[in-house]
Design a protein around this ligand. Structure first.
Ligand code: GDP
Length: 479
């Protein structure tokens, strides 16, 4: 019986290690430790990937290997770019994700484009921008996801915008789309400032046309997954892939985004030093979009009010009236992430100066205080990624409204966060926070268009699983 027991534990350990089959086997473990080790730093996810998703990923990996950079198919496809139009299609079609915007936005948009690639049988290639290759391991076995540096259109990526002649929205608007001929490439502008014509991307008919184009180049800073569920033609497949609908980013994020060993070192050293010994870990992600230097009193008030009211952190006894001797007090570690150090200093001081009413011991930790956003610097982004990861390892999470940084943490962690609602006119809202309906990110700039009726429509009211977000009334999220 002992032997049998051992076998099953090894099996379940193996499957656990690969996140229930979500991850492919066959990687060199040492080259990317986070892929195998992150499971030891988090509670097991209650959400299991569907067998259909797993087989879809394994099929994708084969496609990627067959069509990836350097293959004959890739070379064939590159030749098509020499001409404006192309006859029929070769074996492989591609979607190129252009590196754009802050790290949280990039992670969410890349996951969206990958899902789009899965749905349309395209191969995803990643423009490495300044640092994508420093931050993330390769996710697909045996073939790179990075767009080769000599890709002929790379020089134009920065210049691509709504007015580019190959921008899909521009072509729709100017009625220059020729249904008889297939262009070799099209640029999709899905950036938050996009217009109604760009948003035609989310219509089934337009998808049929785009489906023929061998190269799609996408620039986006959005998590556009919720609107993919509203495209008939994709919804059946999505239901099969994700029977638990609000797990899309949770699974795709854990599948795609493995920090490199350098970033993983930042995560694990910090975790072991400050978090691993606590009985409970609370993450507080503070992102302030107000202009001017913080810390702001109203934000500090909001954090205390939220964490105490929701019983995430204890109140302090400022009067010294009660005795708080507890035999074995519970240790709570609070992980604060913010560009500004003031919020964690404030909490830390409060829990030093006064006892808690519960007797709990509260340690407050903040890994970095970078001051301002420095998107182009590698160590800066490495720290940002490490912090998103650390937040995802907590037991309870508080995030800031509108922040994709927080969305990444909640999704990777499988956590329904308490969202600090957005302050208006430098005043903390009441209530200060509320718990999210789901762990999914919010799509900040969704289309409001009924493609069939050709009129405006509230896309947050069409199906029960795509709703308006808690933190942004016009946004859409899966629940
Ligand atoms: P969003 O703007 O909150 O949606 O998140 P993004 O990640 O897209 O952009 C914000 C950027 O600012 C991050 O990528 C970091 O570069 C930086 N940043 C914001 N908050 C923090 C933080 O708490 N810690 C660190 N290290 N960087 C942060």
């Amino acid at each position: 019986a002992g032997g049998f027991y051992n076998v099953t534990t090894i099996d379940s350990k193996e499957s656990n290690k690969l996140l229930g089959g979500l991850l492919a086997s066959g990687f060199n473990e040492a080259s990317c430790l986070s892929r195998y080790q992150s499971v030891f730093y988090r509670k097991p996810s209650p959400y299991k990937p569907s067998p259909y998703l797993i087989s879809k990923l394994r099929n994708y990996e084969m496609l990627h290997k067959r069509c990836g950079p350097g293959t004959e198919s890739y070379k064939e496809a590159l030749k098509k770019l020499d001409q404006e139009h192309t006859d029929g299609f070769g074996e492989c079609k591609y979607v190129v994700w252009v590196s754009f915007s802050g790290l949280g936005n990039r992670i969410l948009s890349l996951a969206s484009v990958f899902l789009y690639a899965l749905l349309t049988d395209r191969v995803l290639l990643v423009d490495r921008g300044k640092d994508m290759d420093d931050l993330f391991c390769e996710p697909f076995p045996g073939m790179s996801w990075l767009l080769p540096l000599n890709f002929p259109l790379t020089d134009q990526f920065d210049g691509f915008n709504q007015d580019s002649s190959r921008c899909y929205g521009y072509m729709v608007e100017n009625k220059v789309i020729d249904n008889e001929k297939t262009l070799s490439y099209i640029y999709l502008h899905l950036v938050h400032d996009y217009g109604d014509h760009d948003k035609m991307f989310f219509c089934e008919g337009d998808q049929t046309l785009l489906g023929k184009v061998p190269w799609l180049i996408v620039k986006t800073d959005n998590y556009f997954v919720p609107s993919l569920w509203l495209i008939s033609g994709f919804d059946d497949e999505l239901n099969k892939l994700f029977p638990e609908k609000a797990t899309v980013f949770h699974h795709l994020g854990r599948y795609l985004f493995h920090p490199t060993n350098q970033v993983w070192g930042l995560v694990t050293r910090y975790y072991e030093a400050y978090l691993s010994h606590a009985d409970e870990k609370i993450g507080i992600q503070v992102r302030v979009f107000d202009v001017g230097a913080g810390p702001f009193q109203h934000v500090m008030d909001q954090i205390s009010s939220c964490t105490q009211k929701e019983k995430l952190l204890p109140e302090v006894d400022t009067l010294g009236e009660r005795s708080h001797q507890v035999k074995t007090p519970k240790h709570k570690a609070v992980l604060v992430t913010s560009l500004n150090s003031g919020y964690s200093e404030n909490l830390k001081t409060m829990y030093w100066e006064y006892p808690t009413t519960t007797g709990e011991i509260i340690g407050v930790h903040q890994p970095s205080q970078e001051g301002y956003q420095q998107t182009e610097k590698t160590m800066h982004n490495g720290k940002a990624l490490a912090e998103m990861y650390l937040l995802s390892m907590t037991d309870n999470l508080v995030t800031s409204a509108w922040s994709t940084f927080g969305y990444v943490a909640q999704g990777l962690g499988g956590l329904k966060p308490w969202i600090l609602y957005k302050p208006e006119n430098r005043t903390a809202p009441d209530p200060a926070c509320g718990q999210a309906m789901s762990m999914e990110p919010c799509f900040h700039a969704p289309p409001f268009y009924d493609c069939k009726a050709k009129t405006g429509i509230d896309t947050g009211k069409l199906v029960p699983h795509v709703r308006h977000c808690e933190d942004m009334s016009w946004g859409l999220k899966l629940v």
